[in-house]
Write a protein that binds this ligand. Sequence first.
Ligand code: FE
Ligand code: FE
Ligand code: ZN
Length: 276
Amino acid sequence: MMLYIGCHLSASAGNLAMVETAKSIGANTFAFFTRNPRGSKAKEEDPADCARAVQALADEQFGKLVAHGAYTMNLCTADAGARAFAAELLKDDLRRMAALPGNYYNFHPGCHVGQGSDIGISQICDALKKALEPNYPVTVLLETMAGKGSEIGGTFEELRHILDGVGNDQVGVCLDSCHIYDAGYDIVNDLDGVLAEFDRVIGLDRLKALHLNDSKNPFSSHKDRHECLGAGSLGIETFRKIVNHPRLKALPMILETPNDLPAYAKEIALLRQLEE
Ligand code: FE
Ligand code: FE
Ligand code: ZN
């Protein structure tokens, strides 16, 4: 079976251009921001470009894409007006994803900024319930976070609470290797133990995608600084275990390492070589 590996790409030249760029670096999936990651502007939709991209993805037998919501979209910010605006962004993103049906939309659950995680989680659930239409052709993924500041999603339990609060199977989880190691899940020494814990708390059937990043910081640092594969505290052996793990190897794997395209091509080739 083929591994589905890719990296984060610029969406500025459109969807078909991303498929072509991905192909040129040996990728067969990719990630992209649905709108300006630090702002909120989204590009005008181009139905012809979307249709051509859908055809190219099928022709090239790509795995599922893992789109990424804007970092600034905080569904549990304390200000009610800003929170309503974030909920509208989510709704608009999910509507746009319908032009690329069958793919994933991943986002950072949010920061409760002093409201407490229970209130934050209920606000995230409210926004998701309002944004998700039945039979939407997109699965929403909650990203596992490093637990920096008031970030929600640094524990499997918090993600479980969001899944329970939304209460349907249109929501899954994207596991970020840097984030969970920084959060205190020791995938370096006990990957199987961490996955068993994930299965107990969330259920491995909800795990839909991986972000593969090494970490600039030590175990349980709650920092979230990505490093190139093998150059950080996770080390290349951790990624060898991940790409060969029977419960992980079929998932789309997205690199968000600090690289340009030629360096991403090398990291993708490296991961393919690690497959036994
Ligand atoms: Fe992310
Ligand atoms: Fe990530
Ligand atoms: Zn990160």
